[in-house]
Design a protein around this ligand. Structure first.
Ligand code: GDG
Length: 499
């Protein structure tokens, strides 16, 4: 069900909800980029005559180069998004690289995941970050002006568009937009959602320009995080660094006479979609008498892949009864391959897996199957459904959607077991999973053993609870909760809402 709101929504994210590619003749074409966020938010933007501001994933020929309409056979959630509803951000490669690979992936990603030793602090890349945020803010203001002109022409002077900015790539944009709005007398409500963890003050203060980042986010009226812990860290940083007055029970803070709401809004998945995929995906795993332990992640050092593989080696050492009976299947999606840390991680994984396979393989069995690449969602759903165990053991993770998708795809006639790290946002709510500390390799190995041996009744009980919670708290619920928090109730919930 699509949430209808009374105000147009302007979504701002680093990436547009589709990718643009040039065909052989140099003509731009839209390509679908899958993801729960796009599936849930795009229909709201479409239904409410909103706009999506973002980078198209390609260098455009000029700022005015036209965005193509969706092709007639496009069945994706963004097919209804007209080109006039897209505000394309174009940034020269020389600026985009230090912004994206340098500051976003080289500084904020490790810092926010509390891995400061991996973070590079550079005035140069941070300057690129500032400039690119300014470009996003300008495009957002352009979108806002168009939106307001339409509303005013229709006599809706009392309606304020909602600007919804996403993630750590755009932490300065809100304040830049707010400044422009104040100067030019534009009305809007602004919100920010942070998809990754927000670290403790001790970590955040290592960043030399931390005050600017905090003030940047505080340009919003509502700041959302996945879980309370991140909200508390953020409030703490604002109080200690900026001297804001903070209400820790109601998650409010004050800056320059404005009140900002901070709220935990845990993201969900398109549950029914994955449940249906779980029912309909054809069987792929053909091995008889083989149990699969499944891992699915972007190849990222935050996801704890090396620890996981080492723990699997210990399982085979300590419980040799699993040799030839269990296969560890890891899908590692290539990510940020321009960044050195990620290239090194790939090499480490290649060597580790090669060594373990060399050590334990038999003529008809290898302990680890490893895909460095992406598989289709249909294949992914079949793997989710047919694996005995899913192992989701990040060292730190904002939420983690793989844990939720695995649950949605389970067939209760033979449910699998979810192993989950407490350092993922999901670890806080999915209590019926086997919670395991990814740093404690022996315990991970023991819990793998326990998961593989778990009796049917226990698997069923755990999975039923997990499924019920994820179905209720799906991604549509997340979007409605967000809009509700912005004081813009979907009209079926709010009789006073405008239509
Ligand atoms: C960030 C935060 C937060 C993976 N492999 C394949 C594939 N995937 C899809 C999964 C899932 C998504 O990628 C991964 O989502 P995660 O949540 O696990 O991780 P991040 O990409 O790091 O996301 C995270 C999230 O934002 C949302 O706020 O939960 O904490 O880091 O949807 O299905 N999809 C296909 N083939 C693959 O091989 N088709």
């Amino acid at each position: 069900m699509t949430s209808r709101i009374n105000s147009p929504m302007i979504v701002v994210s680093n990436r547009l909800p589709f990718i643009l590619k040039r065909n052989q003749d140099g003509v731009l074409e839209r390509h679908h980029s899958a993801g729960g966020l796009v599936t849930a938010v795009a229909p709201v933007v479409i239904a409410n005559r909103g706009t999506w501001v973002g980078w198209p994933g390609i260098q455009m020929n000029s700022e005015s180069e036209a965005i193509p309409e969706a092709s007639a056979d496009d069945k994706s959630p963004t097919s209804g998004l007209k080109s006039e509803q897209v505000e394309c951000v174009t940034v020269a490669k020389e600026l985009f690289d230090p912004y994206y690979n340098g500051c976003c992936n080289g500084t904020f990603w490790p810092l926010m995941h509390s891995m400061p030793d991996r973070a590079v602090f550079s005035a140069e890349t941070y300057d690129a970050y500032r400039k690119v945020n300014e470009v996003f803010a300008q495009r957002t203001v352009m979108a806002l002006k168009k939106c307001l002109a339409k509303l005013d022409a229709e006599g809706h002077m009392d309606v304020a568009p909602l600007v919804w900015i996403h993630d750590y790539q755009l932490m300065l944009a809100a304040t830049m937009v707010r400044r422009a709005c104040e100067e030019e007398g534009l009305r809007c409500k602004m919100s920010f959602f942070h998809h990754i963890p927000f670290p403790a003050w001790d970590i955040m203060r290592l960043f030399p320009w931390d005050d600017e980042i905090l003030e940047g986010i505080l340009g919003c009226d509502l700041v959302g995080f996945h879980i309370d812990d991140y909200c508390i860290n953020f409030l703490d940083c604002c109080q200690r660094r900026l001297g804001c007055r903070v209400d820790r029970t109601r998650f409010l803070l004050e800056l320059d006479g404005r009140t900002i709401h901070v709220k935990s809004l845990p993201i969900g998945i398109p549950y029914d979609h994955f449940a249906e995929m779980g029912r309909s995906a054809p069987k792929i795993l053909k091995e008889k008498n083989q149990k699969i332990i499944l891992g699915v992640d972007r190849l990222d050092y935050t996801k704890g892949l090396v620890n996981r593989v080492k723990a699997f080696e210990r399982l085979l050492e300590k419980h040799p009864e699993h040799v030839e009976k269990v296969t560890f299947f890891q899908v590692a999606v290539p990510s940020r391959q321009d960044v050195k840390e990620y290239q090194q991680l790939k090499e480490e994984m290649d060597q580790l897996i090669g060594r373990i396979n060399g050590r334990f393989s038999k003529p008809n069995w290898s302990p680890i199957r490893y895909i460095f690449g992406c598989i289709s969602q249909e294949q992914l759903s079949a793997f989710y459904r047919d694996s005995a165990v899913a192992i989701v053991t990040p060292l730190r993770d904002g939420m983690n959607l793989v844990a939720k998708e695995f649950v949605a795809c389970q067939d209760l006639s033979d449910p699998g077991v979810l192993m989950l790290s407490p350092f993922a946002g999901a670890g806080g709510t999915m209590q019926e999973a086997l919670i395991v500390n990814p740093y404690e390799l022996d315990d991970v190995a023991e819990k793998m053993h326990r998961a593989l041996e778990m009796p049917f009744d226990e698997r069923l009980l755990r999975m039923k609870h997990l499924q019920r919670r994820e179905k209720l708290n799906d991604v549509n619920f997340w979007v409605s909760s967000f809009l509700q928090a912005m004081g813009m109730l979907p009209c079926d919930l709010n009789n006073n809402a405008h239509n």
